[in-house]
Ligand binder design. Structure first.
Ligand SMILES: [Cu+2]
Length: 429
């Protein structure tokens, strides 16, 4: 009897798990073929834990210089990032970080990237509690519509993804070129440089490896020989002919390596190793003296109402009255419509333009200390799966609160702390 792959799997795993697998596959196919209405799922940005997205890197002032570009055209992704003081213990500290872009494959190539104005084609260190300004120059490569995120990869902590924007690339990838001027003044196209030789080299070694494996397979097989050797019968199984073949093969490989090396060295006499060092001492942003202090006085999260309530004691030691205008966390922005009368340019799925309210709308006067209750309430909190903080072991939130003066000055406060999850609809703070 011949079995199909499905039937074989069913026999192996039991019918129920195969059905579950099939359902999962169907869901995965549906997820990847759904139109743009479900933006973020493709990158899995929502699948990262709420605490990780809220309490590691707080992204703000993120801007995409264009949302429509042609193949070969440049765009800039700029913004600022705050390294949260209460960086979770479960995540490795950003002592080795890399500024990157989250996109589905190389649809853009990164032409340059900067942190605090310093070129960062390599790994750098970030300091906890500090803010950094970044810029990434991207060149459009493949036509289509893609969700493009800023992203920082943290060694042992994984990629931490910022907000994403849909970018349309028009044109044809066949026309893409990636010219680079070398230190000797000549120009090469990185898109095609050395491709033929790279392919040839790889296929030659792959063919050699295949021949090596097949040869030993014909000599009673690799595993069977391995067993024999392990059983102490090496002298019976390894013949003088085998030894001769092995020796010749080793000599041939070494010779090929030398020839290839000499050839490459001759063709490219001046090369620099990859810039893979660690860049430490990047200056964080200089933000001036701290004039506003906040103390966290507890909070709660209503799971059903998607409502985060935060109690704060804020002291304004500045010279201007201040109004609370925005709370941002995990790339999401919750705005106070009292302060933001016009809608800022930001991806709709992350912008809750009426998502923030304050119990007392009067500004905090200079010299005043005021107790306020800030309410963050929007379905996006749940859609972006930040509600999961209710199920975390320590249920701590984190983010940035922005206060604004009448002259448009902005003050940034890092806030965060444990919240008590409430599961009943009517529960209050
Ligand atoms: Cu995305």
């Amino acid at each position: 009897m011949k079995l199909s792959i499905g039937e074989t799997l069913a026999k192996f795993l039991g019918a129920r798990s195969v059905r579950a697998l099939a359902l999962g596959l169907a869901a995965a196919v549906a997820a990847t073929t759904l139109p743009a209405a479900t933006p973020a799922s493709a990158h899995g940005e929502r699948s990262q834990q709420a605490f990780l997205r809220m309490r590691t890197l707080n992204w703000y002032d993120v801007k995409w210089s264009k949302t429509e570009v042609n193949v070969n055209e440049d765009m800039e992704l700029t913004g600022k990032v705050h390294v949260f003081s209460g960086w979770p213990q479960a995540v490795a500290k950003p002592e080795q970080a890399f500024l990157n872009v989250g996109e589905p494959g190389p649809v853009f190539v990164r032409k340059a990237s900067f942190v605090s104005g310093i070129p960062t084609p390599r790994t750098f260190s970030l300091e906890i509690g500090q803010d950094y300004e970044y810029k990434i120059v991207l060149r459009a490569r493949r036509q289509g519509r893609y969700h493009v995120h800023v992203q920082i990869n943290v060694k042992d902590g994984g990629p931490i993804v910022g907000p994403g924007q849909w970018i349309s690339i028009k044109g044809d990838m066949a026309n893409f070129t990636n010219p680079v001027t070398l230190l000797d003044g000549s120009t090469v196209d990185l898109e095609t440089l050395g491709i033929k030789w790279t392919m040839t080299y790889h296929f030659l070694w792959m063919a050699a490896a295949a021949f090596w494996v097949i040869y030993w397979f014909m000599q009673k097989g690799i595993i069977a020989r391995g067993w024999q050797v392990a059983a102490g019968k090496a002298n019976d199984i390894i013949t003088p002919a085998d030894k001769r073949f092995g020796g010749l093969w080793l000599a041939g490989s070494m010779l090929a390596l030398l020839i290839f090396y000499a050839h490459a060295n001759n063709e490219f006499p001046r090369t620099l190793p990859m810039q893979a060092g660690l860049l430490t001492g990047i200056d964080p942003m200089h933000e001036g003296p701290v004039t506003v202090i906040s103390n966290y006085g507890g909070g709660s999260y209503k799971v059903r109402g998607r409502e985060l309530t935060i109690k704060l004691k804020i002291t304004n030691n500045g010279t201007e009255p201040l109004k609370i205008g925005e709370f941002t966390t995990a790339g999401l922005r919750f705005l106070n419509p009292d302060v933001f009368t016009t809608r800022p340019d930001f991806p709709e799925y992350l912008l809750a333009d009426r998502g923030l309210s304050v119990n007392d709308p009067t500004p905090i006067a200079p010299g005043e200390t005021k107790d306020v209750v800030v309410t963050v309430q929007d379905a996006r909190f749940d859609i972006e799966r930040l509600s999961d903080l209710a199920y975390d072991t320590d249920s701590q939130f984190g983010g940035l609160l922005f206060l604004f003066s009448p002259t448009g000055k902005r003050v940034k406060l890092e806030i965060g702390g444990p919240v008590i999850p409430r599961f009943q609809a009517g529960a209050s703070l």
